[in-house]
Design a protein. Structure first.
Length: 285
């Protein structure tokens, strides 16, 4: 029996799912999605402030489906200029290399990782939260005067363990021939998603900043060393919750101080809501 099942009375079916998931994690048998090679190389580029934009264009071109999605997003209302973008070279020239990385990674994650047919509504909600978190993390980095493309990735991927867990629950359901109710599924996600997300980010060989964001974002003070990206991801996740729930999150002075933000910065972040909603509408596979 896992730690979760020992904490409180649960149904027999829930205990079986809990034990099955824990066993797959502990024995290394949890099925993890493969990060497309092109996206892996694109994310590596993102760590370099002055990467080769021609190489980026060539990487995206290797996947015609991805290239098509990227061009569609670049021609959406949020990015549209005075002329239609007809090539990746034009898109990079107009938007910049790091913006193209953000678009390419986002459409790939939504189309390939954040897809679980059995949990279509749940996965859509998880994706919207992930994307909003990425956008807020990017804005936090900007307002604190330290723009960093990795912050967007931290926000986007901090709950990447959830779609993997949902797919695992589908697999376990076939094995056990039973189903869980919504509250039980939510409980499993709450308990295991940071562990699975950390495992996935490590397996994908993502930068340590993203691995730490997956592992510690819920309790940033638990990180072994003070890590700004973890605190930024925590705040971005809270802001995304507020946006999606239609509520303004309470200001946490201690959290703002840990990131180096002021009350004025907080007000600026609050003012970004409509802009972020527009961005969320633009990137949809």
């Amino acid at each position: 029996m896992s730690v979760l099942a020992a904490q409180a009375p649960v149904s027999k079916a829930f205990s079986q799912y809990d034990d099955a998931i824990a066993a797959r994690i502990e024995t290394g048998k949890l099925k993890l999605p493969v990060l497309p090679l092109a996206i892996q190389r694109i994310m590596e580029m993102n760590s370099n402030p002055e990467f080769d934009v021609q190489a980026l264009s060539e990487l995206i071109h290797q996947d015609q489906t991805l290239a098509g999605h990227v061009l569609r997003v670049c021609n959406s209302s949020i990015y549209a200029g005075t002329y239609k973008i007809s090539s990746l070279r034009q898109a990079i020239s107009r938007l910049g290399g790091h913006a193209m990385v953000k678009i390419a990674v986002s459409v790939t994650m939504q189309g390939e990782i954040f897809q679980v047919v059995r949990f279509r509504e749940e996965i859509q909600e998880i994706w919207r939260h992930a994307f909003a978190s990425g956008l807020y993390a990017q804005e936090i980095a900007i307002v604190r005067g330290a723009p960093d493309p990795q912050m967007y990735m931290c926000g986007l991927l901090h709950q990447v363990g959830k779609p993997v867990l949902l797919q695992t629950i589908v697999s376990v359901a076939r094995q056990l021939d039973s189903v869980l109710d919504e509250s039980e599924v939510a409980r499993l996600l709450a308990v295991y998603h940071t562990r699975v997300g950390t495992l996935l980010a490590t397996t994908w060989k993502l930068p340590a900043t993203i691995v730490d964001a997956c592992r510690f974002y819920e309790q940033p003070g638990d990180a072994p060393t003070p890590a700004t990206e973890v605190y930024v991801t925590h705040l971005a996740s809270r802001l995304a919750d507020g946006l999606l729930e239609g509520q303004v999150p309470a200001c946490d002075p201690a959290l703002l101080d840990a990131i180096g933000l002021t009350a004025a910065h907080w007000a600026t972040l609050q003012s970004k809501e409509e802009e972020i909603k527009a961005m969320m509408g633009a990137i949809s596979v």
